[in-house]
Ligand binder design. Structure first.
Ligand SMILES: CC(C)(COP(=O)(O)OP(=O)(O)OC[C@H]1O[C@@H](n2cnc3c(N)ncnc32)[C@H](O)[C@@H]1OP(=O)(O)O)[C@@H](O)C(=O)NCCC(=O)NCCS
Length: 171
């Protein structure tokens, strides 16, 4: 397992461009959040698969922020990058920019963090390559990711009260 060759984030950076069409928009002519989330999931999954060269599944998506609306006709560019690699899981950061095709103006519209787990064809977890930090910024971001991972897993294990509440009939 540990003989996997460590990799740099630059080896798996993934970019994807969409055009926002009316079918992915809400009644205000702005992007439907679910469509953007779907694109984020795909872009991040390709990035994670490039890092580990295995099949991956989404374990979680968090820190999802819609900073600005994307209007119909805008080009939408997603960029995904490995922030940290753990044992069988990887944290991937995704940013989404809208681009006005007429003026070229670009705006950060969405950002998210996703965790993917590498699985074999029987669903067994697989070790992923370690991430080599190319500079101090990457080292610091990976250290932050370690803390986030601990928080995330603690929140999952805490057995949130809301999980039970949502399953009950509303009063
Ligand atoms: C994600 C999944 C493989 C985790 O399986 P599990 O048996 O709970 O796994 P473990 O507790 O052994 O953890 C395995 C890894 O996943 C990570 N993990 C598990 N749940 C997580 C969560 N909610 N968020 C982030 N990471 C998570 C663990 O930290 C661990 O990472 P590591 O190996 O790097 O240390 C499993 O829950 C699953 O298959 N979920 C469905 C995935 C899916 O269908 N996704 C598509 C979107 S609907």
């Amino acid at each position: 397992m540990s003989e996997l060759k460590p990799k740099q984030a630059s080896e798996s950076v993934t970019e994807m461009t969409q055009l926002l069409l009316p079918g992915d928009a809400n009644a205000l002519g702005a992007a439907f959040g679910g469509s953007v989330m779907g694109w984020i999931d795909i872009c991040a999954a390709v990035c994670a698969q490039r890092h580990c060269r295995q099949t991956v599944v989404t374990a979680s998506m968090d820190d999802l922020h819609f900073h600005a609306p994307i209007t119909v006709g805008m080009a939408v560019t997603l960029k995904a990058r490995v922030i940290a690699a753990f044992n069988s899981s990887m944290e991937i950061g995704v940013t989404v920019f809208s681009e006005n095709p007429h003026t070229g103006e670009r705006k950060l519209t969405t950002s998210a963090l996703l965790t993917f787990v590498a699985l074999d064809h029987e669903g067994k977890k697989l070790q992923v390559p370690a991430l080599l930090a190319a500079n101090e910024a990457e080292r610091a971001a990976a250290a932050d990711a370690m803390e986030r991972r601990a928080d995330r897993l603690a929140r999952k294990d805490r057995g949130a009260r809301w999980l039970a509440l949502v399953q009950q009939p509303a009063a």
